[in-house]
Design a protein around this ligand. Structure first.
Ligand code: NI
Length: 175
């Protein structure tokens, strides 16, 4: 396994629509997934999409480590060729950062709950109905596959800034 270079905002690979993965079990896909998980944990981050490591394919990895407020944990996992279902319109502002936009954070409107489906490298179905931080991470990573970075979704630019400054002047609702 090896650490991969992460593309930063401004690199064209981040604003391109990624292509479907034809063979989720192919050796090069398994190697990519293993390297992406290692890179995500090293960064550290909770999610990483293939375009962020200069590979324009529709897959992302994520994990929900212990210690989050809602107590919901997920081990490092891959979602290949995901489909999102916005069956519920309710939205909420959630604070997000991105490994491709280091040092910055913003409050981004996201669906509270979603349904998503994809497969892993064995072709087994993954996903389900999720809410909270899990739903937020999946929406953020899925956006990367369509060339969308979170600043493109910001509606209130007074809630967009450097993480260090935002931490210095926290708002009551910033979580
Ligand atoms: Ni990101």
């Amino acid at each position: 396994m090896s650490l991969l270079k992460i593309a930063r905002m401004g690199h064209p690979v981040l604003t391109r629509v990624a292509a479907a993965v034809e063979d989720p079990g192919a050796p090069e896909i398994r190697r990519l997934v293993a390297d992406m998980i290692e890179t995500m944990i090293d960064a550290p981050g909770v999610g990483l999409a293939a375009p962020q490591v200069h590979v324009p394919l529709r897959l992302f990895v994520f994990h929900l480590p212990a210690g989050r407020a809602d107590g919901h944990t997920v081990p490092p996992s891959v979602v290949i060729n995901p489909v999102l279902d916005f069956y519920d319109d309710e939205q909420v502002l959630r604070w997000e950062g991105c490994l491709s936009i280091p040092g910055l954070r913003a409050a981004v409107p996201r669906r509270v709950r979603i349904r998503y489906m994809g497969v892993d490298c064995e072709g087994r179905p993954v996903g389900g109905e999720v809410d909270g931080f899990h739903a937020n991470v999946v929406q953020h990573e899925y956006d990367h596959l369509d060339g969308i970075l979170y600043p493109m979704r910001v509606t209130d630019f007074s809630k967009f800034g450097f993480s260090e400054e935002l931490a210095r002047y926290p708002e009551p609702q910033a979580a």
